[in-house]
Design a protein around this ligand. Structure first.
Ligand code: HEM
Ligand SMILES: *[C@@H]1O[C@H](CO)[C@@H](O)[C@H](O)[C@H]1NC(C)=O
Ligand SMILES: *[C@@H]1O[C@H](CO)[C@@H](O)[C@H](O)[C@H]1NC(C)=O
Ligand SMILES: *[C@@H]1O[C@H](CO)[C@@H](O)[C@H](O)[C@H]1NC(C)=O
Ligand SMILES: *[C@@H]1O[C@H](CO)[C@@H](O)[C@H](O)[C@H]1NC(C)=O
Length: 614
C-alpha cells in the first residue's frame, strides 16, 4: 500500500526532474524565446495556453489539481490517490486467486466488476473527441472533420526546439538503427500466454476496419471515417463500394464458388479497387470490403468467414421475415455482424489477451445507468500502439507444408488451395510471437516499425512518459526501471540519453513485460481504454438500439448474444477444425513463473482492495 509520503515524494522527485531539465539542456535550446509550452509544463491533463513570448498559463479546470503547473492535489484528489490500488496490484488480483474468481464468476459481483472495468477504462477517453494532428487546441474543425485521427494528447507545438518539445537533445536516434538494434528478431520468442496465428490474424483483420491511414490526404488522416466497429472491412468504407459488393437479392453479398465452397467474388464480378501486386487479372483478384485483404491469406480467410456468416444470417432473416426487401435484410444483417464481432472481441479476444480470471461479459445494459457517452473517434495513439508485428512468426506451417514469407504474402492461391478448414486448423496450432520485450519482429516487417517511428515524429507525438501520466501511470525515472534487460537499458541510454526523451512506440514495445504475459503494463493500461471505449461506444450498444427488434427480433438478437469464434468457423464450414485464440495445451510452452514482487498474497490486503474497488 502506498503512503501519502511516498506519493508526495514521487511528485517532488518528478518536479525536481522537470525543474532540472531546462537548466541542463539549456545549451541545446538555441533561441532564448522558446515557446514555454514546449516544456510540457502542465501536469494532470492541465491545458497549456501561451500568452506573450515566454508566458504561459495552465488551465487546471476539473483536473483535481491546482497551482502554476497543476501539480498541487485538491483534498479529495489526495484521498483518492491514497486509496487507489496501483494498476499492477489490480492486474495481479485479476490474474490470480482462482478460488476467488470461481465464486465471483457466478454471482452478481461479475456484473459489478465488469461495469467497473468498463467505466474506469472508458473514462480515460474523451467524448466528444479533442485534438488532432493539426490542432493542439480545441477547435470546431478538429471536432467536425472526420478525416483526421483524433489525438489523446495534443501534438507538441511546431516551434519547439525538438520534435518532443525540449527533450531528446540535439537529435533523436536514427529509426532504422533503433529498430535494427532493439526490435528486430534474433530468435523467435513465442507469446507466453499462448496466442496463436488465429489470434494474430484476427487482430489484424479486426483492427484494419478502423485503422486505414490515408497518406494521400496527408499524415494523420484516416479513410475509415466511421471511426469504429462498422464492419467496413466486410462492406467497404463507402456506399459505392458496398453496392458493388452486394448481390441485391435477399440482403446477400456477392460470392463465387470454388470447389463447391463460398469465397469472395472476383473483381471481374464486383468491380472495385483492390490492392494486388501488378499483373494479377481481375478474375484472379478477390473483391473484399477492405482493399488490402487480398495480400495475406490470413486476412482472406477471415474475410471469407465473415462473408459466409453474412449470407448465412441473411437466410435466417429471410425465413423469419418473408416480407422484408433486400435492403432491410442487408441492413439488419450488418447490425448483427457488428454485434457478433463485438461479442467475440470482448468475450474471447480481450478475455484471452487480458489473462483475467474475471469472466468478461458483453452486456451493454451494464452501462445504462452510468454516465457513459456513446460515440467514438479513433486516435493516432491507438493506431501506433496496435502495431503488433512481433506476433508474426518466421514462416507459416500449413497442412504439413512450411511456407516462407515470399511464398505466403501476396500469394493469391494459398486461400483456395488449402481451404478455410485447413487454414483455421493450421493458424490455431501455430504460436504467435510475444509482442513486448524487444528483439521479436521478423525482418520481413521491421520496416513497418521504422515507419511508425517516423510517423510519430512528423506528427510530433509527446514522449512516452507524458502518455504514462495521461493514463494514470507513474513516469519512469530511469531506463533500468523501465526494462529489466541490462542490454536494452544500455542501448536506450546510448540512443536517448534521458528516459524523458523515450518515444511512445519504442516505449510500448520495449517496456519490461509482466511475468508470463504478452506485453508490459503500458500497452494494457493505454490499449484497454481505447479498445473498450470503441466497443461499447458503438451505437448498437446504446439504449435505443440494444433491443431484439434492431436485430430482426429474438432470432437475430440471440445470434448476437451467443456468437463465438467457434460458431463463426463451424457454422460456415463442412468439418469443424480446431479453432481457438491460443495454441492447444500440449503444444504450448510452459507459462512464465509468478515472480511478481508485489506482496498481495495476504488475504486481508486482497479483501481490502476489492472493497475499495466496489
Ligand atoms: C505478415 C504480416 C503483416 C504484414 C506484411 C504487415 C505489413 C504492414 C504494412 C506494409 C503496413 C503499412 C505501413 C505503412 O504504411 O507505413 C502495416 C500497418 C499496420 N499493421 Fe501490419 N502487417 C502485418 C501484420 C500485422 C499484424 C498481425 C498486426 C496486428 C494488429 C498489424 C497491425 C498493423 C497496424 C495497426 C498498422 C497501421 C495501419 C494503419 O494505420 O493504416 N499488422 N502493416
Ligand atoms: C512549472 O513548470 C515550469 C516549466 O517546466 C517551471 O519552470 C516552473 O518552475 C514550474 N513551476 C512550479 C511552481 O513548479
Ligand atoms: C478535412 O480536412 C482536410 C485537410 O484540411 C480537407 O482536405 C478536407 O476537405 C476536410 N474534410 C471535410 C469534410 O471538410
Ligand atoms: C472465471 O472465468 C475465467 C475466464 O472465463 C475462467 O478462466 C475461470 O476458470 C472462470 N472460473 C469459473 C469457475 O467460472
Ligand atoms: C503459392 O502457394 C502455393 C500453395 O498454395 C505454392 O505451391 C506456391 O509455390 C506459392 N507461390 C509462390 C510464388 O511462392
Amino acid at each position: 500500500m502506498r503512503s501519502v509520503k511516498a506519493s508526495v515524494l514521487g511528485s517532488v522527485l518528478a518536479l525536481l526532474l522537470l525543474l532540472r531539465e531546462p537548466a541542463c539542456r539549456g545549451d541545446e535550446v538555441a533561441s532564448n524565446t522558446v515557446n514555454p509550452c514546449c516544456y510540457l509544463p502542465c501536469q494532470h491533463s492541465g491545458v497549456c495556453v501561451r500568452y506573450s513570448e515566454d508566458k504561459y498559463e495552465c488551465d487546471c479546470t476539473r483536473t483535481g489539481y491546482y497551482g502554476e503547473n497543476c501539480t498541487v492535489p485538491e483534498f479529495w484528489t489526495r484521498v483518492r490517490q491514497f486509496l487507489k490500488p496501483s494498476p499492477d496490484v489490480v492486474h495481479y488480483i485479476l490474474t490470480h486467486f482462482h478460488w476467488l474468481w470461481e465464486i465471483i464468476n457466478h454471482t452478481f459481483l461479475r456484473d459489478v466488476l465488469m461495469r467497473l472495468v468498463l467505466t474506469v477504462r472508458a473514462n480515460l477517453i474523451p467524448t466528444p473527441p479533442t485534438y488532432n494532428s493539426k490542432y493542439n487546441y480545441l477547435s470546431w474543425e478538429s471536432y467536425y472533420n472526420l478525416s483526421y485521427y483524433t489525438r489523446i494528447l495534443p501534438p507538441v507545438p511546431e516551434d519547439c526546439p525538438t520534435p518532443l518539445g525540449v527533450k531528446g537533445g540535439a537529435g533523436l536516434p536514427d529509426p532504422e538503427l533503433l529498430v535494427e538494434r532493439l526490435l528486430k528478431r534474433r530468435t523467435f520468442r513465442p507469446d507466453p500466454q499462448g496466442s496463436n496465428l488465429m489470434f494474430a490474424f484476427f487482430a489484424q483483420h479486426f483492427t484494419h476496419q478502423f485503422f486505414k491511414t490515408y497518406n494521400r490526404m496527408g499524415l494523420g488522416f484516416t479513410k475509415a471515417i466511421a471511426h469504429g466497429v462498422d464492419a467496413g472491412h466486410v462492406y467497404g468504407d463507402n456506399l459505392e463500394r458496398q453496392l458493388q459488393l452486394r448481390l441485391h437479392q435477399d440482403g446477400k453479398l456477392k460470392y463465387q464458388l470454388i470447389d463447391g465452397e463460398m469465397y469472395p467474388p472476383s473483381v471481374a464480378d464486383a468491380p472495385i479497387k483492390m490492392s494486388y501486386p501488378p499483373g494479377i487479372p481481375p478474375e484472379g483478384q478477390m473483391a473484399i470490403g477492405q482493399e488490402v485483404y487480398g495480400l495475406l491469406p490470413g486476412l482472406g480467410m477471415y474475410a471469407t468467414l465473415w462473408l459466409r456468416e453474412h449470407n448465412r444470417v441473411c437466410d435466417i432473416l429471410k425465413a423469419e421475415h418473408p416480407t422484408w426487401d433486400d435492403e432491410q435484410i442487408f441492413q439488419t444483417t450488418r447490425l448483427i455482424i457488428i454485434g457478433e464481432t463485438i461479442r467475440i472481441v470482448i468475450e474471447e479476444y480481450v478475455q484471452h489477451l487480458s489473462g483475467y480470471l474475471l469472466q468478461l461479459k458483453f452486456d451493454p445494459t451494464l452501462l445504462f445507468n452510468s454516465n457513459f457517452q456513446y460515440g467514438n473517434r479513433i486516435a493516432l495513439e491507438f493506431s501506433q500502439l496496435y502495431h503488433w508485428h512481433p506476433l508474426m512468426p518466421d514462416s507459416f506451417f500449413i497442412n504439413g507444408d512450411e511456407l516462407s514469407y515470399p511464398q505466403f504474402l501476396f500469394n493469391t492461391s494459398v486461400l483456395t488451395h488449402y481451404g478455410i478448414e485447413k487454414l483455421v486448423d493450421a493458424f490455431s496450432r501455430q504460436a504467435a510471437g510475444q509482442i513486448g520485450g524487444g528483439h521479436n519482429i521478423n525482418a520481413m516487417v521491421t520496416k513497418v516499425a521504422v515507419g511508425a517511428i517516423k510517423e510519430s515524429r512528423q506528427l510530433r507525438m509527446q514522449p512516452f512518459n507524458e502518455y504514462r501520466k495521461r493514463f494514470n501511470l507513474k513516469p519512469y525515472t530511469s531506463f533500468r526501471q523501465f526494462t529489466d534487460s541490462e542490454e536494452i537499458a544500455r542501448e536506450l541510454e546510448e540512443f536517448y540519453g534521458d528516459i524523458e526523451a523515450l518515444e511512445f512506440y519504442p516505449g510500448l514495445m520495449l517496456e519490461k513485460t509482466r511475468a508470463g504475459t504478452i506485453f508490459g503494463e503500458s500497452m494494457v493500461e493505454m490499449g484497454a481504454p481505447f479498445s473498450l471505449k470503441g466497443l461499447l461506444g458503438n451505437p448498437i450498444c446504446s439504449p435505443e438500439y440494444w433491443k431484439p427488434s434492431t436485430f430482426g427480433g429474438k432470432v437475430g438478437f440471440d445470434i448476437v448474444n451467443s456468437a463465438t469464434l467457434k460458431k463463426l468457423v463451424c457454422l460456415n464450414t463442412k468439418s469443424c477444425p480446431y479453432v481457438a485464440f491460443r495454441v492447444p495445451a500440449e503444444e504450448q510452452s510452459q507459462r512464465g513463473s509468478d515472480d511478481i514482487s508485489i506482496h498481495t498474497s495476504h488475504p486481508l490486503i486482497l479483501v481490502n482492495t476489492l472493497f475499495l474497488l466496489c
